[in-house]
Design a protein. Structure first.
Length: 388
């Protein structure tokens, strides 16, 4: 599908303007990076505790932060999960002992602040074994006719019902249990006597030690470098070394600008973001290969034309494809950034920035570098021939 017909824009003639734009973006990003003492890493890379907590209603973020901060030193992050009555509480404490202690303190603080009546078992945060132990004697006294195995199965059925959608871990009323198999009116009365409902439920808790975080960070850097190296080798075989070098420099340019914008907007680098960076590396490289492939095809039929004209014509010929693919992908990534919630924000931000910068670099960075390298090589060959 062609949306541009007979396009004839002098992209290469404007290369100095766009190199100036790239220089400004790189300078601003790296300056922010240096001024802030490096990138802001998430607990995936620094070590810390992440506790995912679901509430019965809209979570009181300020109250949660104040309660946790009073018990745990250092910065406490409380991120809302959009539309889910859910928050992710994080802390960046260092040291294995501190991390494990912080996890317990968070659970204890949440229980004290938002938990059920202390005289009753908090059903929203109880294990199947704890629930079975709590109900065993009262059920036997109430002559419910259940043996130990049946009580265990009943406890598992109750918690399975609580954890299934749409409740997803949180009950708002014990009367909701009427639909659970085995919960007779007599059993429900016992449950109401022995159990209460806190305002929250801890869905998951993740503890990452600093050693593991540092190892993950190193592996993420190596994964990116290996990807760039592999692409350089691939392009050197498919085209020639100059094409591979230009493409890798352009992709490296994309990654540095994206990381600089992460620093500028104070966003965390997590494993999700690394996945997005590797995605944009592949996306940008694919876009560049399309342009380079057209350059090679045009060279085979236009041997008398200057190389600069061949490159310019190739960019114009592939512009329709570039706008269509990049535009549609950008709309999808932008939707994810707007509607994806806090958890996917970093991933979506990297994709949005990467698509814009990657498309830009395929046209205004990779192609001029290819021309410069070819001109430098030809001038060297001429000097060598003249000297001979």
């Amino acid at each position: 599908m062609q949306i541009f017909h007979n396009l004839n824009i002098d992209f290469i003639g404007k290369q100095k303007i766009f190199f100036a734009v790239s220089f400004v973006l790189l300078a601003v990003g790296v300056s922010s990076w240096v001024a802030k003492g490096g990138l802001k890493y998430g607990i995936d890379f620094t070590g810390g505790v992440n506790v995912n907590v679901k509430f019965t209603s809209a979570p009181p973020v300020d109250k949660i932060r104040a309660a946790i901060s009073a018990r745990i030193p250092g910065e406490i992050s409380v991120q809302e999960v959009s539309g889910e009555n859910e928050v992710i509480i994080g802390t960046g404490l260092r040291g294995e002992a501190e991390l494990n202690a912080a996890r317990g303190i968070m659970a204890e603080t949440l229980s004290e602040t938002f938990g059920a009546d202390k005289s009753k078992l908090d059903l929203n945060n109880a294990s199947a074994q704890a629930l079975a132990d709590r109900l065993r004697d009262p059920l036997q006294r109430a002559a419910a006719g259940l043996n130990d195995d049946q009580i265990k199965q009943l406890a598992e059925a109750i918690l399975g019902f609580k954890n299934s959608p749409p409740r997803s871990g949180v009950l708002t009323s014990l009367d909701q249990l009427k639909g659970v198999e085995g919960v007779t009116p007599k059993v429900l009365d016992v449950v109401k006597q022995e159990c209460g409902l806190g305002q929250f439920s801890i869905r998951s808790a993740e503890v990452i030690g600093p050693k593991i975080g540092a190892e993950l960070r190193n592996k993420a850097i190596l994964a990116t470098l290996y990807a760039l190296g592999g692409m350089l080798v691939y392009l050197a075989f498919r085209f020639e070394f100059s094409y591979g070098l230009a493409a890798v420099v352009a992709v490296f340019h994309d990654v540095i600008i994206t990381l600089g914008l992460f620093s500028l907007f104070d966003k965390e680098i997590s494993l999700n973001v690394v996945a997005a960076l590797l995605t944009l590396v592949g996306y940008s490289m694919n876009d560049t290969i399309v342009v380079f492939d057209r350059i090679r095809e045009t060279l085979s039929v236009s041997r008398k034309d200057a190389f600069v004209k061949v490159v310019n014509d190739s960019i114009n010929q592939t512009m329709s494809r570039t706008v269509l693919t990049s535009g549609l992908t950008f709309i999808s990534a932008l939707s994810l950034l707007i509607f994806g919630g806090q958890v996917l924000n970093g991933f979506a931000f990297a994709l949005v920035v990467g698509i814009l910068v990657g498309t830009y670099s395929s046209i205004f960075v990779a192609s001029p570098i290819l021309i410069w390298y070819r001109q430098w090589r030809e001038s060297g060959q001429k000097r060598a021939a003249k000297a001979a």
